[in-house]
Design a protein around this ligand. Structure first.
Ligand code: 3HC
Ligand code: NAI
Length: 708
């Protein structure tokens, strides 16, 4: 038997243990090992029953996604798990799946082919395949509705979110919840059922419902996918497969599932989502910071400034169980800040996200204060005062005097230099940027900005701490706008240029929304406040080169007091519920301004809108990558997906450019350069990779190899 699966005997019970760290994925050798173990179980007359269990932290977390990636690009073929699962189910001696950690995807499918399932209370089960752009490929869509009922099976297969063992028990997926040691509990259960008939999931049908009962379930699920997973193909395929389970016999249902699985697997969406899966894990790996770097314990924190960001950051810390002191400049600001925090939590209770009890516990962790004295004992401070270098330096100089040695001093600045801020202290090694995104308690991205003196311990701690906060931490270098906003700037610039050249606000936003962006760039501007960019542009105007075109319509709106949602009008008008209403007067105004500026008006295609905005983003991304402010192309993809609403099923902007082909992107950038001038100068890296026929992924791999 392969070393990945062990078979041992404990009196009349056979124990099959999967041992494929870290997550017991069904890599080559594991299915074969399970198959051989079933042969041994059948051969040995002493054995009456078997327990199938995972070693280490988890049961089986699914198929090996690396293998799936190879299959998706035609580099490998897999026999598939279906024959093994039939073999387990047809085994005349009952097999009990003993679940801890997670039983996901193929792991869940193995468990459902077993005759019984027991689980620790702390475990989770699910069919997350759609999150990888595929559907369950080993009869998950056929067995799950037979165990859990159609409505829950559709939800689990189409949305991909795991459920707790408790819920799985209520639904009938799990037969018994185990307290204490899993193997002991599973063996006791196995002894109880040893003489009973081995139940085959595929032969159950009492939960499959009638056509009349099921039709509205499938219709609602499809509608839900269209709203919540706009543009994705796998969730709709998953629904089709579950629907088949309710209409045709098991074997035929499996064939339909296989056909749909094979269609999804090589799709660009599946490749993109697998890239995102591994990317989210890769960003945690920093080449010059070894895994063994000591982590500074963070048990308490302080936040300076309780405005939009400080309030949200305090909630993030409190939600993660960290007691936090919140400091403000005066009582009125402190009351306002605390009031907003309370309002946000109250809304979460109203929407059913949190219970009142949970909110009370969290609120108790947030202590308002007008003095920085208490900051002497905290392990981490996050500064979120107004964006101004002098003010930030003043705050950091104060923190330097008050905070204990070794405390991490972080700034939430979105544009200022971390090195400049650090220079106000005598401990630049403890200073770092932690750039949260608004609303901080919702957005998953945390850009972690490394100053030139920031210590490895401080970086490693912030990266680790981001996970504790439920964020995806991405390390970036200290350039203006860091990575996300630096790329966003040309993206927004082009969206305004397009308006000035004749496109309407709705045409620009809908082209990018239909591409998959969570919101169009102009609607984002209205949400964030158009004055934010206006203020920054005014501050940096002296750095702009003369004679280079700059967008002006946004500034004009600000001069008119149209700052976005907060003033009831920006690029759109807003009703009392903050619903956007197109504004023909604005279109006319922009036309007038454009005529005054001598800008030729023309019809602009959706394709041009998408290319202009996205390639501006990619061209800047290529510069950032070559300058080393982002570690890898995938880091930028993860930033854009988690902080800027880029559709994950397109893999992020750099991956998207790779899939279009860098030669095509480069040619389009060259054409824009010819047409619109200097701002479109192709990034040297884009030019080089395009000419060499390479991708950003190739470049990142070459960089990694060179660093070794
Ligand atoms: N295949 C290959 N590698 C996997 C994997 C899988 N299914 N699941 C996790 N890994 C790897 C990760 O890439 C990571 O590698 P690294 O250390 O080199 O970066 C390592 O295992 C640990 O993973 P995490 O950092 O994610 O560990 P956590 O403890 O935070 O989370 C988990 C564990 C909840 C199991 C999480 O890894 C996860 O959600 N994995 C994916 C599960 C999944 O999607 N399964 C379905 C696969 S598709 C399928 O089964 C098709 C079937 O229907 C035929
Ligand atoms: P804000 O204006 O909502 O809040 C700033 C708060 O700081 C105010 O409540 C103010 O009273 C307080 N403050 C000023 N001086 C202080 C002092 N000396 N001591 C204590 N408190 C003081 O600003 P916002 O939007 O929360 O921004 C804060 C920081 O976060 C800025 O650096 C900004 O660039 C950055 N940021 C903002 C984002 C956004 O979308 N609003 C996103 C990411 C970063």
């Amino acid at each position: 038997m392969s070393g990945l699966v062990q078979f041992t005997k404990s009196k009349d019970i056979g124990v099959i243990t999967i041992n494929n760290p870290p997550v017991n994925a069904l890599s080559p050798g594991v299915p074969e090992g399970i198959s051989e173990a079933i042969d041994q179980l059948l051969k040995d007359d002493e054995l009456k029953v078997a327990v199938l269990i995972g070693s280490g932290n988890t049961f089986i977390a699914g198929a090996d996604i690396k293998e799936l990636e190879k299959m998706a690009s035609g580099k490998a073929r897999e026999a598939g798990l279906l024959p093994l699962l039939l073999k387990i189910e047809d085994c005349r001696k009952p097999v009990v799946a003993a679940i801890h950690g997670t039983a996901l995807g193929g792991g869940m499918e193995v468990a459902m082919a077993c005759h019984y399932r027991v689980a620790l209370h702390s475990s989770n089960v699910g069919q997350p395949e759609v999150q990888l752009g595929i559907i369950p490929g080993a009869a998950g869509t056929q067995r799950l509705p037979r165990l859990a009922g159609v409505a829950k099976a559709v939800e689990m297969c189409a949305e991909g979110n795991p459920i707790t063992a408790e819920e799985a028990y209520q639904l009938g997926i799990v037969d018994k919840l185990i307290d204490g040691d899993l193997l002991t509990g599973a063996m006791a259960f196995a002894r109880e059922i040893a003489g009973k008939p081995a139940l085959k999931t595929r032969e159950r049908s009492n939960k499959l419902g009638t056509r009349e009962q099921n039709a509205p379930i499938f219709a609602a699920a499809r509608e839900n996918v269209r709203k919540k997973q706009r543009g994705r193909i796998a969730p709709l395929a998953a629904i089709d497969a579950v629907e088949a389970a309710t209409k045709v016999p098991f074997e035929e249902g499996c064939q339909i599932e296989q056909k749909l699985f094979i269609e999804c697997l090589p799709s660009p969406q599946a490749k993109a989502l697998m890239h995102v899966f591994f990317g989210e894990r890769e960003v945690a790996k920093i080449p010059d910071i070894p895994k063994a770097t000591p982590i500074i314990p963070v048990k308490t924190a302080g936040v300076v400034g309780a405005g939009t960001m400080g309030g949200g950051i305090s909630m993030v810390l409190a939600n993660a169980g960290i007691p936090v002191l919140v400091n403000e400049a005066d009582q009125a600001a402190l009351d306002r800040g605390m009031g907003n925090i309370q309002k946000n939590y109250a809304n979460s209770v109203k929407r059913g996200r949190f219970t009142q009890q949970l909110v009370d516990e969290r609120l108790k962790r947030i202590q308002p204060t007008l003095s920085l004295e208490g900051f002497a004992n905290v392990d981490l401070v996050i500064e979120a005062v107004f964006e101004g270098l002098a003010l930030k330096k003043e705050v950091f100089a104060q923190l330097d005097k008050i905070c204990k040695p070794g405390a991490i001093l972080a700034s939430n600045t979105s544009t200022l230099s971390i090195d400049e801020i650090a220079s106000a202290t005598h401990r630049p090694e403890s200073v770092i940027g932690t750039h949260f995104f608004s609303p901080a308690n919702v957005m998953r991205l945390l850009e972690i900005v490394r100053g030139k003196a920031t210590s490895k311990e401080v970086i490693a701690t912030c990266m680790e701490f981001s996970k504790k906060l439920g964020k995806v931490g991405v390390l970036v270098g200290n350039c203006r706008g860091f990575v996300g906003n630096r790329m966003f700037h040309p993206y927004v610039r082009e969206s305004v240029f397009l308006l000035e050249e004749g496109a309407t606000v709705q045409e620009v936003d809908s082209a990018l929304y239909d591409f998959g962006m969570a919101m169009g760039p102009l609607a984002v501007g209205d949400l964030a406040g158009l004055d934010v960019g206006w203020r920054i542009r005014k501050e940096y105007r002296h750095l702009e080169k003369l004679g280079i075109r700059q967008p002006f319509a946004g500034d004009r709106l600000c001069e008119m007091g149209r700052l976005g949602q907060k003033t009831g009008a920006g690029w759109y008008k807003y009703d009392e519920n903050r619903r956007a209403i197109p504004d023909p007067e604005l279109t006319a105004l922009v036309r007038k301004w454009a005529a005054e500026a001598g800008i030729l008006q023309r019809r602009i295609s959706r394709e041009e809108i998408v290319d202009r905005c996205l390639y501006a983003l990619v061209n800047e991304g290529a510069r950032i990558l070559e300058e080393g402010y982002a570690l890898r192309a995938v880091d930028m993809d993860i930033i854009y997906i988690n902080g800027y609403g880029f559709p994950a099923h397109r893999g992020g902007p750099m991956w998207y450019a790779d899939t279009v082909g860098l030669k095509n992107v480069y040619n389009r950038v060259l054409a824009f350069h010819k047409q619109h001038g200097e701002l479109w100068e192709p990034a040297p890296l884009l030019k080089r990779l395009a000419e060499e026929g390479k991708t950003f992924v190739d470049y990142s791999q070459e960089q990694r190899a060179a660093a070794r």
